[in-house]
Design a protein around this ligand. Structure first.
Ligand SMILES: [Zn+2]
Length: 301
């Protein structure tokens, strides 16, 4: 069946039975804005309601047009994805399905970083997020007898889930075409991110519908690119601390030579994400407690 006709430019149909509503929250972090998807297969599901915004809320209601919405799914709980879920849930009388609160799925290293007072950067965590239903990895849901399969893909956030619908993957912020995903400790975990990328490589998809930006039409190429991009950065970092112990910031100043000053804190978090990953794989030693300010050196074999 074809979705409700509309005239708004922010409402598109990226694939059969799928409507995309672009939220009006463009920024350097969100690109053109958050993509809210509606699967419309007689029965309806909403994926990622988006930020608190009246216009966006009304656009979603226009597409659902008084029909019953069976699920409100969340890929993860950054503030550009989840806050509108509650208002929609009340309005539509639909439960919210997510992997868990914002600290769900974090490794013991990340939890102890949180304990030590190391908090998120500028990415915006929705600390209020509290799904009605907790999704399990590989759990199946059904819309008019067609399967939606949840794939737990931690890395961008510990509670990140992708949703497979036929050969389409709602890839959230795990895989996007316009930018490599931000992986910022303690809520972001590079080790988990790489494992999640490799997990998706074992499955077959025709296209990814990401949380921001356009359709990813070459999913396996994009996954390869993301993995190789991270491995390239990893090689650079390992080279930098081969003989000299350095902090995340000191490494950043050597490795990121072409980055504006305002982006240095985000880049430093990225380097720190790599250092934690390398240390968990036994390839790097922190000379003290794991922190952004602790010097790290390549493990001496
Ligand atoms: Zn996000």
């Amino acid at each position: 069946m074809s979705p409700v006709p509309n005239t708004k430019a922010c409402i598109t149909e990226p694939a059969e039975n799928i409507v995309c509503i672009l939220a009006p929250n463009p920024s350097p972090m969100t690109f053109k804005g958050t993509n809210t998807y509606i699967i419309d297969n007689s029965e309806l599901a909403i994926i990622d309601p988006g930020p608190l915004d009246e216009e966006h809320f009304n656009n979603i209601l226009e597409v659902t047009a008084g029909r019953t919405v069976k699920y409100i799914f969340l890929t993860h709980s950054h503030v550009d994805h989840s806050p509108l879920a509650k208002q929609l849930s009340v309005e539509l009388n639909t439960p919210i399905y997510g992997y868990g609160a914002s600290d769900t799925g974090l490794s013991s290293t990340m939890l102890s970083l949180l304990d030590s007072g190391y908090h998120s950067g500028s990415e915006g965590i929705d600390y209020e997020f509290n799904p009605d239903y907790l999704i399990k990895n590989d759990e199946k849901f059904y819309l008019n007898n067609k399967e939606i399969s949840a794939i737990h893909t931690p890395g961008h956030m510990g509670n990140h889930v992708c949703f497979q619908y036929g050969k389409v993957l709602f890839s959230g912020d795990h895989v996007m075409g316009w930018a490599t995903s931000m992986v910022s400790p303690p809520y972001g975990d590079l080790r988990q991110f790489m494992i999640s990328c490799r997990l998706l490589q074992t499955k077959e998809f025709d296209l990814f519908l990401p949380g921001h930006g356009d359709i990813v039409k070459n999913p396996s190429e994009r996954l390869n690119f993301l993995i190789n991009h991270r491995l390239g950065r990893e090689r650079q970092i390992k080279e930098t601390i081969k003989n000299t112990p350095l902090t995340a910031l000191e490494i950043t100043e050597i490795v990121y030579t072409d980055v504006e000053n305002s982006l240095i804190p985000a880049a430093t978090r990225n380097v720190f994400a790599h250092l934690i990953d390398l240390s968990e794989r036994g390839l790097v030693d922190f000379l003290g407690e794991i922190s952004e300010k602790t010097k790290a050196i390549l493990h001496d074999k």
